[in-house]
Every structure is written in C-alpha cells, then in structure tokens.
Design a protein. Structure first.
Length: 285
C-alpha cells in the first residue's frame, strides 16, 4: 500500500518590514554674510539764533521745541552766532549767553549738544567757553558707539584757527566724521552772499588739512552764517566725492526772512562697517 507523502507545509508569505520614515528637519541656510541690523540716529542742526538781538529770543524759543519734538533726537548741533554776544562791545554778552543756554537746557533736558563759535561771539571767547564749550574739539557722536566722530571748528572771523587745522590733520580712516563750523566753504554753485563765504584759500586749507585716507570718511559738513539754506551732495574736492555739504538757515531775527528760518533734521544710518547721512530741511515761519 503506497504511503501518502506528507503535505508540504505552506510557506508563509514574507511581508516586507515596515520601514520607519526618517523625520526630515529643515536645516538653516548658511549665509556667507553676517546679518547686521542697521542702526539709525536722529539729530538736529540749528544755526544763527542771535539771542539778544531784536525778537530773536522769542523766535528761537518757538523754533527749538519743534526741532526737539520731531523723532527721537539724540544730539543737537548749534552752528554759531548762538548769542549776539559781541553787540555793544560785549557789555551784555554774559546775559545773552545765559539766555541762550537756559533756553537750550530747558527744552532739550538731557539731550547732549555742542555749539560752534560764530563771528558775533569771536570777541567774547572766554564767556563762550564759560557758558557753552571749547571753541573747537572732537567727541563721539552720541548713539554711534564711537563709530562716528563729531568735530566742531573755530573759523569765527573767516579763517580757521591753528588748533582747528591741527585737529583735522590728526584724523584717520578708523572712524566716520560729521563736521560743523560757522562760515560756509567756497564751493561751486553756492548761493550765499560772497561776503559770508570763506575765501578759496581758507577753503583749500580745510580740504588739504584732512589726510587723504580720512577724506572718504567725512559724511557731512554743516555750516551757517549765510542766513539761508543751501546744500551740495558730493564732489566737493579731491577725495570728498560723497561728502555732503550744507548751509543752515536762520533760527532768530538777525537778517532773517521768514521763509529762510528753520533747521535740518538729520539721520545717521550705521550698518556694520558702513555709515551714511541724510539731512532734510524743516522750514519754520
């Protein structure tokens, strides 16, 4: 009797193991540039308030709060002839300086400021220094962590002092600069009365005093004395291709037409190792 062959066991069907799906995580993109947030610093430039002359004190008292209230100002520049100090042979200079300073400190509070010396203050230098600040100097521009330096110079009588020129000769290319002094430079196309503009000789003294390596770091030059507004945005002189030049209008009553009164609203922008400056005229009638 034939024996039955044992039934073959059915092979179990092999099923592939369920693969665990990897969790894909987005990797941050690498950038070859370090991201730097631009920083802005607001400031104001005011000139020729002539406190002590005519109705200047009242006009200045109305203008200054307007400049202080617009934006978060970190610094104020006053460009000379702040007080009519030389009038009457300086007999009222102390009172005029004090009136100017009282108005500034009352309005600005803790906001720092610097004043340049003008022709109406030249004969009262000791009182200018007593009430305000040295007639020329250099400081860190507030809010810039030392990347921008502010420089004010003495050319009160239409010629730069030896100390002012010496200061310029010591500039380097490690910082950016904003410079202020009273008399305007003699630049092409300027509309200021020629009697209120520096000679070409003094203008070249200024340009040539600054070492060539530092010239491209001069962001702006602010001047006054001309009782009106004017600006030239570059190509001033060899090495100053991007330097902006400004003449500031009146903030008082001396030789001022109402349409020429006002100030500059300035903005410094710092982005890493670069800096730029814009200044916008604000007219006050």
């Amino acid at each position: 009797m034939a024996m039955k062959k044992p039934a073959r066991a059915k092979k179990k069907q092999a099923y592939p193991k369920r693969l665990r799906q990897p969790v894909l995580r987005a990797r941050p993109k690498r950038s070859s540039r370090t991201s730097v947030n631009a920083q802005t610093v607001r400031f104001a430039v005011i000139g020729d308030s002539h406190v002590g002359y005519g109705n200047s004190q009242a006009i200045f008292a109305g203008l200054l709060p307007k400049a202080a209230s617009g934006g978060n100002k970190r610094f104020f520049i006053f460009g000379g002839d702040n007080a009519q100090a030389g009038a009457d042979h300086g007999s009222h200079a102390d009172a005029y300086y004090q009136a100017f300073k009282d108005q500034v400190t009352q309005t600005l509070g803790s906001i720092p400021y610097r004043t340049s010396i003008g022709n109406w203050e030249a004969s009262t230098r000791p009182l200018f220094v007593k009430h305000l600040n040295p007639v020329y100097g250099q400081m860190n521009f507030p809010g810039t962590q030392g990347k921008v330096k502010y420089i004010w110079l003495d050319c009160a009588l239409g010629a730069f002092s030896s100390g002012s020129l010496r200061l310029l000769r010591n500039l380097d290319d490690k910082s950016f600069y904003v410079i202020d002094f009273h008399w305007p430079l003699n630049v092409p196309g300027i509309t200021v009365d020629p009697s209120h503009v520096l000679s070409k000789t003094e203008t070249e003294k200024f340009y040539n005093a600054i070492p060539f390596a530092a010239r491209s770091k001069v962001l702006a030059i602010f001047t006054h004395h001309g009782h009106k507004f004017f600006r030239k945005l570059g190509n001033l002189y060899s090495g100053y291709a991007k330097t902006k030049f400004f003449v500031c209008g009146c903030s008082g009553d001396y030789k001022c037409k109402s349409g020429d009164r006002g100030y500059y609203d300035g903005v410094l922008t710092i982005n890493g190792n670069t800096a730029s400056l814009e200044a916008y005229r604000v007219q006050v009638t």
